[in-house]
Write a protein that binds this ligand. Sequence first.
Ligand SMILES: O=C(O)CCC(=O)C(=O)O
Ligand SMILES: [Fe+2]
Length: 370
Amino acid sequence: MGLGRSEKRQMEEERVNLEWSLPVPSVQELVRQGQPDALPPSYVRDDVAPADHSPESSQGLPCIDLGKLMDPSSQSTELHNLHSACHQWGLFLLVNHEVSDEGMRLMKENVPGFFKLPYHEKQKSAQRPGSLEGYGQAFVTSHEQKLDWNDMIFLKCLPSHARNLDMWPQNPPKFRIALDKYSEDLRKVAVAVVKYIGMALGTHEGELELLMKSFWEGRYEVRMNYYPPCPEPERAMGLSPHSDNSGITMLMECGNMPGLQVLSRDGRWVTVPPVPGSIVVNLGQIMEIYSNGTYRAPDHRAVVNKEKERVSIVTFCYPSPSLPVGPSPQLLAATGLTPLFQTLSHSEYLQRFYNRKLDDVAPFISTLKL
Ligand SMILES: O=C(O)CCC(=O)C(=O)O
Ligand SMILES: [Fe+2]
């Protein structure tokens, strides 16, 4: 016997922790079963400002060269650029980043390859009740909720003992090898990026080493997004506006279809263009807090288009759970600034994030302000 509407609602309200998601139809399947001419009502986003498909030019978006940060002769200039990128945008294109060509190539073949498989094959990795890991959707907590034009598979990659290999696809046959190699590569680059972000902020010696060590020992979780072509892209949203709860996030595009947009300080949505070989880095809330608000965890979103699917590979990089989430003690001591945010244990920070109210108008990070 099915549940009545009010019972369902009550059940949904009782399940406050957001580390789970209601199953929703695969958007890719909706499209495959016959491209609808109009958007199904649950995807019509009159709840958010319409997607602007002629957004501001991406001219001002910063590009950071990891090679220049590593080279003593160019380091101080590039650190200055990094500081202003993190302050102004909280997002930059990273070039010369040393994620191996092999790791990137394997992912660019195998992730789109996974989404091309028949639905029943992908369902072998379907999310299970009570978990966000696997093939499905995140943050759907009500049957009345508006939906994103997106399918995804989300997998924990590092530390390797955190992997739930039964959720890792065995098809395409090299999918697992690709994800293993890519996540190991990405961790090295993430630690380097975090080191230079720390230096740009003025962190040094013991604290800088602690920061690097905690990102080396931290969690790496990969969300692979598939955005099918959409019949009415200007009325839909690929991924609703949000900021990430990570330390930093690193995004790789699998093709040349733009979709990612970032909110500028003066409130404009700016398209982040796919640049072959580059990785998009955005700061997450842990780094905004660490920088005591000097750097931003920017709001961003994904828009969709009518012509072609888009695949993005997004790695959320978290410091070790042993590092408290709070403003940098060295930064506060050096600047004499008062802390803007509480310092919480990593587990309390996550608990508060997953128990936040999705319809709260205040951004989550503002609830951590002192
Ligand atoms: O696919 C994109 O461009 C955005 C993805 C993203 O922001 C996320 O997965 O958190
Ligand atoms: Fe994101």
